[in-house]
Design a protein around this ligand. Structure first.
Ligand code: ZN
Length: 285
């Protein structure tokens, strides 16, 4: 009887293991967030899907040297782009007519998703193929990394153009970049990461907080082009009310003056946990 019971237990353990393998992730698996400076982020989901947001590495002053080599990112399944500016598609500092987004897409074969107008421009410029580039818009939910990972495009209060410097003439030309956006990524276990993209404060952050209930927000705090620490604190405390915040989009250039310290001062007593991490740091949720 005891022997049988032991065998049953063994079988039970084996079945749990098989189920976890079949689902592609164990119940205790965690999502990994690697911040690489400015808005650039690499996310590894519970089942090992890799999502890169706003690839700006090669000329990003805050990206650690080892991460400036695009091959270091390894396999990438999906590239998400919030808007067309050079510090998000990675044209900044390049004079070869290309972008980090285009190079990463070519090397990895990843699907590239973002605001419809931006993706169309990327296709027109030959940065991504028509099959790779997937256009969608605010309110749209897509699942390019499999049905268990849902990506929703939401509003951002900003602008969007794609500017390219001609390698020969050094003259710059700007193309339509669609509407700027943020993304809410819901992982296999229901955990929601909200990458806000570049945005000023807007009232519908309250709606986003109430409706989507993000657990972790990657929030711009640098000011000038985006929210400053005071705005970001208001958005956190009064509207989004997330469990966790990673401050981003500060310190990369002199005009992005806001600091995580100021953000925390404006935030005061709160239930939100702030992670003032450095580019190259990894957090698991
Ligand atoms: Zn930006």
């Amino acid at each position: 009887m005891q022997m049988q019971r032991r065998n049953f237990l063994k079988l039970g353990a084996a079945m749990t293991l098989t189920l976890a393998t079949e689902r592609g992730w164990a119940q205790n698996a965690k999502a990994e967030v690697l911040w690489l400076g400015q808005a650039s982020t690499r996310i590894t989901t519970l089942s090992g899907k890799v999502i890169v947001i706003d690839p700006f590495f090669t000329n990003n002053p805050k990206t650690p040297a080892e991460w400036k080599n695009l091959d270091k990112l390894g396999k990438v399944d999906v590239i998400l782009i919030t808007h067309g500016h050079g510090d998000h598609v990675g044209t900044l500092g390049r004079t070869d007519g290309s972008s980090d987004a285009a190079e990463l897409a070519k090397r990895t074969g990843a699907k590239v998703l973002g605001p419809a107008g931006l993706i169309q421009t990327m296709i027109d410029l030959g940065w991504v193929t028509g099959e790779q580039g997937i256009r969608f818009a605010k309110g749209g939910v897509v699942t390019p990394a499999g049905p268990q990972i849902k990506i929703t495009q939401v509003r951002a209060e900003h602008s969007s153009e794609v500017t390219i410097v001609d390698p020969a003439t050094k003259k710059s030309t700007s193309y339509i970049g669609g509407e700027p956006a943020g993304f809410i990524i819901e992982f296999e276990n229901g955990f929601k990461l909200y990458h806000m993209g570049d945005t000023g404060l807007f009232g519908d952050m309250r709606l986003i907080g109430e409706y989507y209930k993000p657990d972790l927000v990657m929030m711009p705090i640098g000011g000038h082009f985006v929210m400053d620490p005071r705005d970001a604190a208001y958005a956190t405390r009064e509207m989004l009310k997330p469990r966790y915040v990673i401050p981003i989009h500060y310190g990369t250039f002199p005009v992005l003056r806001g600091t995580p310290q100021e953000y925390r001062q404006f935030l005061g007593q709160t239930t939100t946990q702030v992670f003032p991490i450095n580019p190259g740091d990894v957090l698991k949720f």
